[in-house]
Design a protein around this ligand. Structure first.
Ligand code: PLP
Length: 352
């Protein structure tokens, strides 16, 4: 810390992103990126848009916002395009966060954004089986943030359970983070008409192969979106750059490609989990593009390190209750085959 750093942030512990090492080529299964490249239309759109980079982007991100809203059966005024959904989360915390509640094991950015904005927060423990129990979120008197499916467990709540949380907290914003919703969970978008306290965020980073472009959306009532716009126009009016907006629009037009990829990921997930079980692993019933697994004979950190030494990167969290686990992004069939081959070799070595 320099002597100029303001006291306001002296205690801030920043988010630690998954490592992006440059020392060698890894089979990279640690940050839940898509193994598939963007679709051809996205590449063409980005190239064309690059020629207009001397001009500011559209502060409303009008075209991509209209197309995205239409894909959900909504109006443009019910969505806000953001620089990744991380920005949507930050705007929502700034706009609505007096006090916050979220699960103790979830996306690591929630406590960081809370601390950044000086919002007190309560972490609600997951149940013994790592599930979020809707009853634990009744009448808390705080804004609620839940990732559905949750990360890093991959477990999801039913729409009925989300509805129970919305009903039990009518005077609080309930933010549902749907970063992984395209891999087998049910979106809460269809509840928007009935609950004015529901806010949703989605991202193009995972199922739409655009992690590097940074595009996310907040989705909610016109009133909530208006408030988020107040924050946005006080922070960064041109928050989505031209190439990203063009990429997002093209991706929406080629939705079939991304749906097909999501289907492939779900098939690879089932296959990989079945193979891991044959090797003695147990894990959660993930509805995401990652698996969350543990082995009785090998700790999570040991497995992470041994896999890294063999050129396969997975994610390990040094956190009580989940230390035994690793989170493995589900990639292509070829990537999964390498993961399984190396994991099997590690287990053989450990037994010897
Ligand atoms: C990846 C992720 C996000 C944010 O992704 P962006 O790249 O900022 O859109 C948000 N929430 C969860 C739970 C995630 O895993």
């Amino acid at each position: 810390m320099s002597r100029f750093f303001t006291e306001k942030y002296a205690e801030l512990v920043p988010y630690t992103p998954g490592e992006q090492p440059k020392d060698q080529q890894y089979v990279k299964l640690n940050t839940n990126e898509s193994p598939f490249p963007p679709s051809p239309g996205v590449l063409a759109a980005v190239e064309a848009e690059a020629k207009r980079l001397q001009l500011y982007s559209d502060p409303e991100s009008g075209e991509v916002s209209r197309a995205f809203a239409a894909s959900l059966g909504l109006k443009q005024s019910q969505v806000l395009a953001t620089n990744g959904s991380d920005e949507a989360l930050n705007f929502a915390f700034m706009a609505f966060g007096r006090e916050l509640a979220f699960p103790d094991i979830s996306y690591g950015f929630y406590p960081v954004f809370a601390a950044l904005n000086h919002i007190p927060y309560t972490e609600i423990p997951l149940r013994e089986d790592l599930r979020i129990a809707a009853e634990d979120y009744e009448g808390l008197g705080k804004m609620i943030v839940i990732a559905n499916p949750n990360a890093p467990t991959g477990l999801c709540l039913s729409l009925g359970e989300i509805e129970a949380i919305l009903k039990a907290n009518p005077d609080q914003v309930v933010l549902i983070d749907e970063a992984y919703v395209d891999f087998g969970a049910e979106s809460a978008v269809k509840l928007l008409g009935e609950y004015d306290n529901l806010l949703i965020c989605q991202t193009f980073s995972k199922s739409r192969s655009l992690a590097g472009a940074r595009l996310g959306f907040a989705i909610g009532s016109e009133a909530l979106i208006r408030d988020l716009n107040t924050i946005k126009y006080s922070t960064n009016p041109y928050n989505v750059n031209r190439m990203t907006a063009a990429a997002g629009l093209a991706a929406l037009r080629e939705d079939f490609y991304y749906k097909e990829n999501a289907r492939t990921i779900m098939e690879n997930r089932a296959w990989t989990m079945a193979e891991l079980k044959k090797l003695g692993f147990a894990g959660t019933d993930s509805r995401s593009n990652f698996l969350f697994v543990r082995h009785p004979a090998l700790g999570g950190e040991a497995l992470y390190k041994k896999l890294k030494a063999r050129g396969v990167l997975v994610r390990h969290f040094k956190k009580p209750r989940i230390e035994d686990y690793v989170r493995i992004t589900v990639g292509s069939r070829e990537q999964m085959a390498v993961l399984l081959r190396e994991t099997e070799a590690i287990l053989k070595e450990a037994q010897a």
